[in-house]
Design a binder for this molecule. Structure first.
Ligand code: TA6
Length: 341
């Protein structure tokens, strides 16, 4: 544990241990489940987020009323080396088994470090509630994926409570070799009931169907609704996708940059029962819509850096005659068009 981390955690632990209210500011380093270190972000209007250093894994994103917007299984195992079931797992250097590593790669199974002085961002942030985490490969990692890299992740809360994740991955190979990877922010959204949810923005696009040996199809519907297990990789998707929850009259807006694909997944009952870290009925309360780069691997030469951005907002649904009213829904989003590249 780095000295910075130890001192910060010790401070928080003592306050937490005594139950004394911590005068926690916008960023607090403390202990979470099973004593794992986590960073808590708090926005002045009341929204908050939590990211574990294990996996650089966002496990909570709450709105200004304290309502949890992400799904984490009640049976999630907060213990290395099992990935936490829910929140936003980081899939790197591969998505699923699009390579010869463990499914979804190893980044989500490693303990990252807080980086207090990262290289500056092209557009400096005005946010106060953010943390910068970094992952470097260990000797063990280099045996399974023989490439040197620096993976920096910034997790930030925007003024309106939006959650922003920015990944910067740089090739630091000294041998002049490029490397290629696939990537996903594997986001689990909390929903009222899967029967109440529709996903808009992916109409007419091609997708690879994971349930049919990744055969390629074209989306025919006017929106994605869920009546059974669904596991699809949509290709060449727009920068904005909407997840409408009728019951909650809430729409999640997913905005992404550098991530051309999107995975939509619900395990339904049979697969739910087959997952030991997932409740049998929990499939009813979650849906994954994952900003990703899968179909075309990202290739970096030494010294090159890739940026992948995710911006999540939760806005009141404006839903009219079966069509999402994009003007109404998206005008609430706090992110100007040009800020998602
Ligand atoms: O993103 C969908 C998916 O690839 C599904 O096929 C399912 O495997 C899911 O990810 C969960 O994967 P995990 O390795 O986290 O159990």
């Amino acid at each position: 544990m780095s000295s910075t981390t130890a001192a910060a955690v010790a401070g928080e632990e003592s306050a937490a241990a005594t139950g004394a209210p911590t005068e926690a500011g916008p960023v607090e380093l403390c202990r979470g489940t099973n004593g794992l270190e986590k960073v808590v972000l708090r926005e002045v209007r009341g929204s908050s987020a939590e990211v574990y250093l294990y996996g650089s894994h966002v496990t909570s994103w709450k709105d200004e009323h304290g309502e949890e917007l992400l799904f984490v299984s009640n049976k999630a195992i907060f213990k290395p080396s099992k990935a936490i079931r829910g929140g936003i797992p980081i899939c790197f250097p591969q998505f699923s088994n699009f390579g010869n590593l463990e499914s979804h790669g190893f980044a989500r199974n490693r303990t990252w470090s807080v980086e207090t002085d990262p290289p500056p961002f092209p557009v400096p942030t005005s946010n106060r509630a953010y943390t910068d985490l970094i992952l470097l490969p260990t000797e063990e990692d280099l045996k399974i994926w023989p490439h040197s890299f620096e993976f920096r992740l910034r997790v930030a809360l925007g003024p309106g409570g939006d959650l922003m994740l920015t990944s910067r991955i740089r090739n630091t190979n000294a041998d002049g070799k490029p490397f290629s990877f696939t990537f996903a922010y594997h986001t689990y959204f909390s929903i009222s009931d899967i029967s109440e949810v529709r996903v808009e923005g992916l109409e007419t696009l091609d997708y690879l169907d994971n349930l049919k040996d990744r055969a390629r199809f074209t989306e025919q519907g006017d929106a994605i609704v869920f009546e059974s297990e669904l596991d699809r990789i949509y290709l060449g998707t727009p920068s904005k996708i909407a997840i409408i929850d009728h019951e909650k009259k809430r729409t999640f807006v997913v905005r992404k940059g550098g991530l051309p694909d999107a995975v939509v997944w619900n395990p339904w009952d049979k697969k739910a029962k087959a997952m030991s870290d997932f409740g049998d009925d929990e499939y009813k309360r979650m849906v994954c819509v994952e900003a990703a780069a899968i179909e075309k691997q990202i290739t970096l030469k030494p010294g090159e850096e890739w940026t992948g951005k995710l911006e999540l907002s939760a806005v009141p649904s404006s839903y009219y005659s079966g069509q999402l009213d994009p003007d109404r829904v998206l005008q609430d989003s706090t992110v100007p068009e040009d800020s998602i590249s």
